[in-house]
Design a binder for this molecule. Structure first.
Ligand code: FAD
Ligand code: EPU
Length: 344
């Protein structure tokens, strides 16, 4: 087992923060994972499981072992006339997997195109975009217990998915290493498939019209989502970031009615349970942060919810900016916004 020491993590996090980890190991097979779990560097240190590093902010060197999960493989494990169950290993790149499903005309995750990161992290925060969350197509996942090495299966209910939440961020935080995810996808080409594309969210319909798409396909919806995303989200390869830094806050209907009296143009999304979600990007913009540059960091000019690294930011600088933003939103609106990004 190759365990590197004092490894620079800048290429392994999309914020592009320069920190080192004491130990670093990449696992390519489940056997290697079990082997690593026997090593003293693993057993005697805190362990951070890392995928694509696109939802993480490092604020200091990591005094433990970073386990980069690179398990490969995609396979169809069950098939009916209308559906497929596809099992994907945790180390596959999420967007490459989405493209794999599109090539085969499988429906279900086209709205989740271009989300950075690896498959293993996708259920961690129940990734979502444009009206779809991974929970909508989720069948099960396999995970290895960090201490015992035992493998366990988790079904939909076990994962306790919520908005950017799962059991793995809460009750079972840092207990398991996700090794594979199985999704239930629709065979669009089957005449009996009654698949409904989700195009109601945001600009999807307008973008499809601009693209002169008249017959919906998984490819067309994916292309539309990619077009919208690239028009407002910064590409981490050009400008360090981790997507939305905060979650959109959810308030009671009563609280929203009070707020909207004071801020009549406040955008909102009514939830199925009667609560109201408010875009944090709007709240942050109203506090004057959009496009503002503070030292090496700032809130992006096209999407205030995305904090960026203009080159040499430290994690502490980004964290301080986030704290200031959070405080100003609290002072102006009385709402506490919570980070979506994992701060280490
Ligand atoms: P990492 O950042 O490596 O890890 C995230 C967390 O999961 C960490 O706590 C890590 O310890 C844990 N983890 C990772 N892999 C495993 C594993 N195998 N087992 C156990 N724990 C693990 N997210 C959305 O939901 N929707 C979006 O639209 C979206 N857009 C984005 C746009 C941009 C430009 C960027 C940079 C990010 C965006 N994100 C979005 C956030 C991010 O892409 C997702 O959260 C993604 O799932 C993170 O994957 P990762 O492999 O990079 O995870
Ligand atoms: N808005 C502003 N100013 C801004 C940004 C947004 O006023 O600077 C307002 C606008 O009214 C806009 C609304 O906020 O209509 C929503 O903005 P957007 O469509 O960009 O979506 P979001 O709520 O900011 C969420 C997710 C994204 C996901 C998109 C599309 C969260 C925290 N973020 O962003 O996920 O891609 O919707 O579904 O839920 C991520 O999780 O990292 C992420 C990028």
């Amino acid at each position: 087992m190759n365990i590197e020491q004092n490894k620079q993590l800048k290429p392994y996090n999309t914020f592009g923060i320069s920190v080192c980890t004491k130990f670093f190991a990449e696992v390519q097979t489940e056997y290697e994972l079990l082997e690593l779990q026997q090593c003293s560097e693993y057993r005697d240190n805190s362990v951070l499981v890392l995928g694509g590093g696109s939802n993480i902010l490092f604020t200091r060197d990591f005094e433990g072992l970073v386990l980069r999960n690179a398990l490969p493989g995609i396979s169809i494990v069950h098939e009916t006339e209308n559906e497929v169950l596809v099992k994907v290993a945790a180390g596959e790149v999420w967007h490459r997997f989405v493209l794999w499903t599109i090539e085969r005309n499988f429906g279900g995750i086209e709205n989740l195109s271009l989300i950075p990161g690896l498959v293993g992290a996708a259920p961690m925060q129940n990734i979502g975009a444009y009206g779809v969350e991974i929970k909508d197509v989720f069948e099960e996942l396999e995970a290895v217990h960090r201490k015992t090495g035992e493998k366990q299966k988790f079904g939909l209910k076990d994962c306790e998915f919520g908005y950017r939440e799962s059991v793995f961020k809460n009750k079972l935080k840092e207990e398991f290493i996700i090794t594979s995810v199985t999704l239930r996808l629709a065979k669009i080409s089957s005449p009996k498939t009654n698949y409904r594309f989700k195009t109601d969210y945001g600009d999807i319909k307008n973008t499809l019209a601009e693209m002169q798409v008249f017959d919906l396909t998984v490819k067309a919806v994916s292309d539309a989502v990619i077009k919208i995303r690239t028009s407002k989200l910064p590409d981490p390869a050009q400008l360090g970031n981790a997507g939305s830094f905060f979650k959109n806050p959810v308030v009671t209907k009563q609280r929203f009615d009070e707020l909207v009296l004071r801020y009549p143009v406040m955008p909102s999304y009514l939830q199925a349970d009667g609560t109201v979600k408010i875009p944090a990007g709007w709240l942050i913009e109203q506090c004057g942060w959009k496009g503002k540059v503070i030292g090496n960091t700032g809130a992006h000019a096209k999407q205030a919810l995305v904090l960026v690294n203009y080159g040499n930011a430290t994690g502490a600088e980004v964290k301080n900016l986030a704290l200031e933003i959070r405080q100003s939103v609290k002072e102006k609106f009385g709402i506490e916004i919570q980070p979506e990004v994992n701060i280490v």
